[in-house]
Write a protein that binds this ligand. Structure first.
Ligand SMILES: Cc1cc2nc3c(=O)[nH]c(=O)nc-3n(C[C@H](O)[C@H](O)[C@H](O)COP(=O)(O)OP(=O)(O)OC[C@H]3O[C@@H](n4cnc5c(N)ncnc54)[C@H](O)[C@@H]3O)c2cc1C
Length: 648
């Protein structure tokens, strides 16, 4: 006969105020198999756990039911208590009489009755529990980082300083992401590239970082500690070991500046072979295969190759698939800017002097198309400039969320515009989000510089008498306003990347309703994902400024390092398995598994569970028509015993 110990927690008054704990003690002592029943104010406390441990030692209790809060809170605490006394931790069951009973009921009598049912079910279930053993798997110390913006770079450097190797995969031909496009950074007005280039240079210099530009991850197999990733490296048609970045190939390119430069946000032209910007890291030319006349039409005589003294041009380069084994992965793929074409009332793409905030960054940058002068399309200096906040954010017609950085970016740009042009500057805002350290002070400083703040969202841009007019309602004065200006800068918000669904699919991670990657828990696990060993850093998880991005990247790096230093991890034994004798090979389990944890063995014609990937959700066991998919800790006998409250 099983010797079951039942322990009832009052949880202060959380349980005891609604459930009669004395009555529960009396009731449980009448249940078959129950050797001892006790109640305590806080069972999760050390003295509470000691009660259980003492009974295991002295009364040889071999099964434990704890009637308390949700197992999410303290299942681990009590499992550890059992282990410490040499009892298998899976011979425990938690009866949730708080979240599922005392917190959701008012009537003490009825709540006590319900608690009795929950307790009886738990006693029935635990009597059928079996001892389970966790498996250990080794962890490869190497790390894959996807995206080399400031988030990816920060994470990569932190990890290599900790002694691990990093494969840094970047889609673009250069590293730095959006930060490389910025002029100055709020609120300190540091020059972005001055604080940034020491890090980018270190990435290329550090022997433990293997940088793969023009590359993307196309497949992932395996599980935490042992991922096999396949990286597709697109040809650049330039041998980076030979290219000196001299730029002579660009001069020779017969396609004379016909392609809009992506880095300059379409405000300058580039050639088919190009270096994205003068401080690009790595400073290597790349060929754009979509515009190269040789690659598209075979019409060019490879003038770039002739001009290259280092013989670096190589039109024979092919796409490569590279496999790497890594223990963990950090996704740092950043954001896209909201497309203002979607809100035609703001005239973007219609009026040439309506630009986005990122385009303004390039105008203000000394390395940008106007060498840092704020000029209109006709080359003249604007006399009045309007900055419109919340374009594509906090807007029911676009995105409901706040993009967090645009208020500060708009005020930074207003300051720079005032300094560089002396123009009249107007900020149209809903309310100012100055949330970071030194941000409110910066807002005050900008106000004192004579910039006009109009509280009201710009509603429309139109043209009158050769000038642009911003229409809005000044909500402080309660009147409509129309302000004529020469340049309008749209405070376009941050959105999830256009390819985030594809990345999520490859990685097996989830997206939040706003399209950004979803964290495992918004407060307690903000850099983890639903896949063990895959972490998030920077704006791919949601809009944020550079300090928050860097902090999050460091946190993701710390998670990775803590895994790497452990060397091995325990794999939960409460997972599914497939009875090969019963499996008919219908693959329904593979279709429903949200963790891609089931594989099909073609040779045997059956499915098998990849144990470290399985999270024990039970989807496969529910769908399997042959009852071949089973789950440890959720056997038919255990579940039926729980439903019927029958001790076995
Ligand atoms: C106009 C404007 C001004 C701003 N000014 C400031 C400021 O002054 N101060 C401040 O604190 N913040 C500012 N910000 C915010 C700042 O841009 C972000 O905080 C920062 O760039 C986020 O970095 P990230 O690495 O997360 O993303 P990103 O900079 O977007 O970098 C992501 C990187 O991942 C790469 N990538 C994407 N997908 C893949 C893939 N599938 N495979 C491989 N690589 C991939 C991209 O090419 C890119 O290099 C501003 C933002 C805007 C829009």
């Amino acid at each position: 006969m099983k010797k079951i110990g039942v322990y009832i927690c009052h949880c202060g008054t959380n349980i005891a105020a609604t459930v009669d704990c004395n009555e529960l003690v009396h009731f449980s002592s009448t249940l078959p198999g129950v050797k001892v029943t006790r109640d305590y104010r806080y069972l999760c406390s050390d003295p509470g756990q000691d009660l259980i441990k003492k009974d295991i030692r002295e009364l040889s209790i071999d099964r434990v039911v704890v009637a308390a809060c949700s197992p999410q809170m303290h299942e681990m605490t009590f499992r550890n208590a059992l282990s410490e006394e040499g009892l298998n931790p899976y011979l425990l069951h938690i009866a949730n009489i708080r979240e599922q009973c005392s917190w959701v009921h008012k009537d003490r009598e009825k709540a006590t009755e319900k608690a009795k049912h929950i307790l009886q079910a738990a006693v029935g279930r635990v009597s059928h529990h079996e001892a389970l053993e966790a498996r250990r798997v080794k962890i490869s110390p190497s790390v894959l980082i996807v995206g080399a913006g400031i988030a990816g770079i920060q994470a990569a450097l932190t990890i290599v300083y900790g002694g691990s190797k990093v494969f840094l995969v970047e889609k673009a031909p250069y590293i730095g992401g959006h930060m490389a496009q910025l002029d100055k950074t709020f609120p300190t007005l540091d020059c972005a590239s001055c604080i940034f280039t020491p890090k980018t240079v270190e990435v290329v210099r550090n022997k433990n970082i293997q940088l793969l530009i023009c590359s993307e991850v196309v497949n992932i197999k395996g599980y935490v500690g042992n991922f096999i990733v396949t990286i597709k490296k697109h040809p650049t048609y330039v041998d980076p070991s030979r290219c000196t970045g001299c730029g002579e190939c660009m001069e020779a390119c017969v396609l004379k500046r016909e392609v809009l430069s992506e880095f300059e946000e379409g405000m300058a032209l580039r050639r088919a072979i190009y270096i994205p910007f003068p401080q690009a890291v790595p400073l290597k030319a790349v060929v754009d295969k979509k515009s190269c006349l040789f690659l598209t039409k075979g019409k060019c005589k490879k003038a770039c190759a002739e001009a290259c003294k280092a013989c670096a041009i190589d039109f024979d380069q092919k796409e490569e698939l590279i496999e790497k084994e890594v223990g963990s992965i950090i996704i740092a793929t950043g954001y896209d800017l909201f497309d203002p074409h979607l809100l035609p009332q703001y005239g973007y793409g219609i009026y040439e002097n309506v630009i986005t905030n990122l385009q303004f960054e390039r105008l203000a940058s000394p390395s940008g198309p106007t060498e840092g002068e704020i000029l209109l399309k006709d080359g003249t200096v604007p006399k009045a400039i309007a900055f419109l906040h919340c374009i594509g954010s906090r807007d029911e017609n676009a995105n409901l969320y706040c993009s967090r950085v645009c208020c500060m970016a708009s005020m930074k740009q207003a300051h720079l515009a005032k300094e560089k042009t002396g123009a009249e500057i107007y900020e149209f805002y809903i309310d100012i989000n100055a949330f970071g350290k030194g941000y409110q002070e910066f807002y005050k400083r900008v106000r004192e510089e004579g910039i006009f703040f109009i509280r009201g969202k710009g509603s429309e841009i139109f043209r009158r008498d050769g000038r642009l007019v911003v229409a809005a309602e000044d909500t402080l004065l309660g009147t409509p306003v129309e302000i004529p200006v020469d340049l309008v800068v749209l405070g376009t918000g941050l959105v999830s990347r256009h390819d985030s669904e594809k990345v999520a699919q490859v990685m097996g991670i989830s997206l939040s309703p706003d399209g950004f990657f979803m964290e495992a828990h918004p407060k307690l696990r903000p850099v983890s994902t639903n896949v063990d060993g895959i972490f998030l850093a920077g704006c791919c998880q949601g809009p944020k400024d550079i300090p928050d991005t860097v902090a999050q990247a460091s946190a993701a790096a710390a998670e990775v390092m803590s895994l790497a230093t452990k060397g091995q991890i325990e794999v939960e034994p409460t997972i599914a398995w497939i009875d090969s004798e019963l499996c008919a090979g219908c693959k329904l389990c593979i279709e429903v598994c949200p963790y891609s944890a089931i594989e099909f063995l073609d040779v045997k014609g059956i499915s098998v569970v990849n144990e470290p990937l399985c999270k024990g959700c039970g989807a496969c066991t529910a769908i399997c028509p042959n009852k071949a998919a089973r789950q440890n800790h959720f056997t038919q006998g255990q579940v039926l015993a729980e439903v019927e409250g029958v001790v076995g």
